[in-house]
Design a protein around this ligand. Structure first.
Ligand SMILES: [Zn+2]
Length: 491
């Protein structure tokens, strides 16, 4: 057996023919329309943006940030067209002709506050009147602040999101070209983001306005999960776009390495030993290698997935020492997706149960249970995703700076399998919240009155964040173990 043959990286990916570098640079309108083309074909749209000239890409970026900021400004203006003001009842002359005090029956509630009689007053204005009121005594009013705030926020959010997706796009060499590719994949999601902002934002504003006017919206609870659902859909679109720009092939060949110390085994006989650490060459390169692979990656059965999850949680050194890194990503990705799916279901069921425990079963309606379950299920999923990808991106960046791996797709595979660790975070946070829901403020009672608030922060929050911080440190240690176990992989 010749060790040089077994050391070749597995390059059987199908995306090789689709990389756009060799294609001609697309003409002007195409990059500008790419985020909208992404509604239908996110991967192709992301490849268009990767192939675009820098100027065309930045013009696309700026245009879509401006569209989103303008849309947010419009939604804010629209929400101000119906407004409930609190006014002292002693001085309630009709200040403006459009003001109609006490038109809504709900608005006539009187509050005895600070000795004054207060009353609520419903104010309805047209979009133009709100705009004029906002610019009555200043040029740079709330509208401009909203535009600026959204533009800055979206720009930083896009840059951050591109960093989170970097591990799934970078393969070797400097990380910067991969970061720019990731950024273009994220911008390809702008069409989805703008569409969902328009739909979800408009329904939220319309609902609020109608509610203030006393017009009830039927079955409003069914639309409650709109916002977290929109976030999930945007991330889904960006994930798909990112898969379209990930390079398929490694530009260089990785030599066969000793699994014990990383020594280049190119010229060692296959029945010999590593001249550095003495490990048998057959242990590194086969036919009976240390790195035997996972049954989950070969079969994709539920039992194998559960067993792989148990193994990665119990002994990461052994798990990553056996994992094959040069094989396709499908199984690892599927494993992560499954974890996310069950975390979403788990958070949904748990939050519904907590709601019933806290409020009592007879006080809840089916629509409320659905709204709680759907909102918290997706919220839990989003928080878990953010923690998982942030820790992953931190470790990944550190590995790239140190030049740890010959092929950084291996790191993406580790990040996918590390999704399993989220269960520990969920169990910790879930146990804490459950105990608080069932036993009340037991933690505050246990620490006594002096420690109930520390620097104004409730002790429950401190325990939650301290626990999560400890788990995050454990997670970094796991990544360290994984990095050592995979860096000299031959399979
Ligand atoms: Zn060695």
């Amino acid at each position: 057996m010749n060790p040089t043959n077994t050391g070749q990286p597995n390059t059987k990916s199908t995306a090789a023919q689709r990389t756009p570098e060799n294609a001609a640079k697309p003409s002007w309108p195409r990059p500008l329309l790419a985020p909208w083309y992404a509604l239908l074909r996110p991967q192709a749209a992301a490849r268009h943006l990767v192939a675009a000239r820098s100027l065309a890409f930045w013009a696309t970026f700026a245009t879509h940030v401006a569209i989103l900021a303008g849309l947010s400004m419009f939604l804010a203006l629209w929400s101000e067209t119906v407004k409930t003001n609190l006014v002292p009842s002693a001085t309630t002359p009709a200040t403006t002709p459009t003001t109609a005090p006490g038109t809504a029956s709900a608005a006539s509630a009187r509050l005895g506050y600070l000795g004054y009689n207060w009353t609520t007053e419903l104010q309805t204005r047209s979009l133009g009147e709100v705009w004029r009121d906002w610019h009555r005594d200043r040029l740079f009013g709330p509208a401009e602040w909203i535009f600026l705030g959204v533009a800055v926020g979206v720009t930083f959010g896009t840059l951050f999101l591109a960093w989170l997706y970097l591990p799934f796009i970078h393969r070797s060499g400097s990380g910067w070209p991969s970061y720019w590719r990731a950024l273009r994949a994220v911008v390809a999601g702008a069409g989805v983001l703008i569409s969902l902002t328009a739909v979800v934002g408009a329904s939220m504003v319309a609902y609020n306005n109608r509610e203030q006017l006393g017009q009830l919206v039927p079955a409003a609870e069914w639309f409650a999960p709109g916002l977290p659902l929109a976030c999930c859909l945007v991330l889904l679109a960006v994930s798909r776009a990112a898969r379209g720009v990930a390079p398929a092939d490694l530009s260089r060949t990785i030599p066969p390495m000793c699994e014990g110390c990383g020594y280049d085994l190119t010229h060692r006989p296959s029945d010999g030993r590593c001249s550095e650490c003495g490990l048998e060459v057959t242990q590194s390169l086969g036919p009976q290698p240390r790195r035997r692979g996972l049954s989950w990656e070969r079969r994709l059965a539920l039992a194998d997935w559960v067993s792989a999850t148990w193994q990665v949680l119990r002994d990461p050194r052994r798990f990553y020492g056996r994992l094959e890194l040069r094989t396709p990503m499908g199984a690892a990705h599927r494993s992560a997706r499954r974890h996310y799916g069950w975390i979403c279901v788990g958070a949904s069921v748990w939050s519904t149960l907590m709601f019933v425990v806290v409020s009592g079963l007879y006080l809840t309606s089916l629509a409320e249970l659905y709204a709680i379950g759907a909102v918290f299920g997706m919220l839990g999923l989003l928080i878990c995703w953010l923690m998982h990808r942030t820790v992953g991106a931190l470790v990944f960046t550190w590995w790239v700076i140190r030049g740890l791996l010959p092929d950084y797709r291996w790191a993406a595979k580790v990040i996918y399998y590390e999704t399993a660790f989220l269960w520990l975070l969920c169990v910790f946070a879930g146990t804490l919240f459950t105990s608080l829901a069932v036993f009340g403020a037991w933690l505050a009672d246990a620490v006594g009155t002096n420690l109930r608030f520390i620097w104004g922060v409730p002790v429950e929050m401190i325990v939650l964040f301290a626990g999560l911080a400890v788990l995050a440190i454990a997670w970094l240690w796991r990544y360290r173990v994984a990095g050592q176990a995979i860096r000299w992989s031959n399979f």
